[in-house]
Ligand binder design. Structure first.
Ligand code: SF4
Ligand code: F3S
Length: 106
């Protein structure tokens, strides 16, 4: 399955959800999570993310491995999102900021 990682936090562009053929994305307050039970590994979402936040679970960048578990848990908690919504107005300012996990809202 594919996994949403830290750089999505506070960027939440949602371009990814429009291309997912199986509606695997779930929406939280400032982050999205992929349900690995639903994801069919099509890799359509990865190039759509302006924040380059999506990775295959076996190719997660160093330090992002725990996002695999986080996606599993948050996807169960949050509702499915299938349509693009406006990004936060300050999304571009947060793109690439390190250590954003502290701002993750559940
Ligand atoms: Fe959806 Fe494909 Fe991305 Fe999985 S890899 S979340 S199925 S778009
Ligand atoms: Fe997040 Fe990128 Fe989707 S910022 S909401 S994973 S397009």
């Amino acid at each position: 399955a594919f996994v949403v990682t830290e750089n999505c936090i506070k960027c939440k562009y949602t371009d990814c959800v429009a291309v997912c053929p199986v509606d695997a994305f779930h929406e939280g307050p400032n982050f999205l999570a992929i349900d690995p039970e639903i994801c069919i590994d099509c890799d359509l979402c990865t190039p759509e993310c302006p924040a380059e936040a999506i990775f295959q679970e076996d190719a997660l960048p160093e330090g992002m491995e725990h996002f695999r578990e986080l996606n599993i848990n948050l996807a169960q908690l949050w509702p499915v999102i299938t349509e693009v919504i406006p990004a936060p107005t300050d999304a571009d300012e947060w793109d690439g900021v390190p250590d954003k996990e502290q701002y993750l809202l559940i």
